[in-house]
Design a protein around this ligand. Structure first.
Ligand code: SF4
Length: 302
């Protein structure tokens, strides 16, 4: 069997390698091609129509589905792409001032068309807002209608509640940095899809590596699962710390600690969970050495 890559697989692999690098995985090895099933899935010689439509074993089906997702997220193919050529230092890495570094990341993002969200009704890219020297960063899922209109994350009703949560912690919105996994509004406020998250989140990783917060709070399951690459329910994700450091960050920076809590939009739908969210925030405050104003220390944010 000839070991050639199907044409669209090369950019898809480049995307995959970039994604693994964001997760801090650098070492790859070539598995001996002992499994005919895997060989056929990855290196089809001349796939026939019948072989593509035939029912596949589970692992093979999954692989095809994954590659289909990757293809939809990849930038338009412009000829041959080395799967390692995208691993170049980012423009902001030699810049000490986080204000300048963040503006370089924003410049790099440009009028982004890297994923399909760019053509699904977004008004503008919602990059992130707040203190470039923040010790605390909040990461949500993606912009909603208000955020899309104003170009700033968490400005609608959920944003108001987040502001109250921040205030209850004894902080101001200007003290923290707020961003999302995806920077363009998914149509109808749907959950961002996996390929969209994977395409957009490297920019968030660069923002985190620039700001170097002591703590990150992932707001909701989508943010948590994307940041941690863990597929677990909120009940398992909350209530503990995770070490978090984007690949390629300053080696002298020890990294952040990441906690998970409910998304403010969820808390608006189910206010009974505010007490649980307040416990999560108190854990963060303890770590950061923040004392809450007395009233807030006794009550969850409204
Ligand atoms: S969501 Fe992110 S990757 Fe997708 S188009 Fe917007 S900025 Fe680009």
């Amino acid at each position: 069997m000839a070991h050639t890559l199907v044409p669209n697989l090369r950019p898809a692999l480049a995307e995959r390698v970039r994604y693994y690098h964001e997760l801090g995985i650098y070492d790859f090895y070539l598995r001996p091609l002992q499994s005919p099933r895997l060989v056929e899935a990855v290196l089809p010689e001349e796939p026939s129509a019948s072989s593509l439509s035939a029912p596949l074993p589970r692992s093979q089906s999954d692989f095809r589905e994954e590659m289909a997702i990757r293809k939809s997220s990849a930038a338009p193919a412009t000829g041959k792409v080395s799967i390692f050529e995208s691993v170049t230092p980012n423009s902001e890495q030699s810049v000490a001032d986080p204000v300048v570094a963040l503006s370089l990341i924003r410049q790099d993002l440009g009028d982004c068309t890297r994923c399909k969200l760019h053509q699904q009704g977004r008004k503008q890219i919602v990059f992130g807002v707040g203190n470039p020297h923040a010790e605390l960063m909040f990461v949500g899922e993606g912009p909603g209608a208000d955020e899309d209109a104003q170009g700033e994350p968490f400005v609608g009703r959920a944003g108001q509640l987040l502001n109250n949560m921040i205030k209850a912690m004894g902080l101001r919105r200007e003290d923290v940095y707020i961003a999302n996994i995806v920077k363009c509004r998914p149509p109808g406020n749907r959950t961002p899809e996996r390929d969209e998250c994977e395409t957009c989140s490297p920019f968030l990783m660069r923002q985190i590596a620039t700001i170097k917060p002591k703590a990150i709070v992932a707001l909701g399951a989508v943010a948590a699962k994307n940041l941690l690459a863990l597929n677990a329910p909120m009940s398992e994700l909350r209530g503990r710390w995770y070490d978090f450091k984007p690949a390629g960050s300053d080696p002298s920076w020890p990294g952040s600690r990441l906690a998970v809590t409910y998304h403010p939009a969820f808390l608006l739908r189910d206010p009974r969970q505010k007490g649980e969210a307040w416990k999560d925030l108190q854990m963060v405050m303890k770590y950061l050495g923040i004392e809450a104003p007395k009233k807030a220390a006794e009550e969850p944010p409204r």
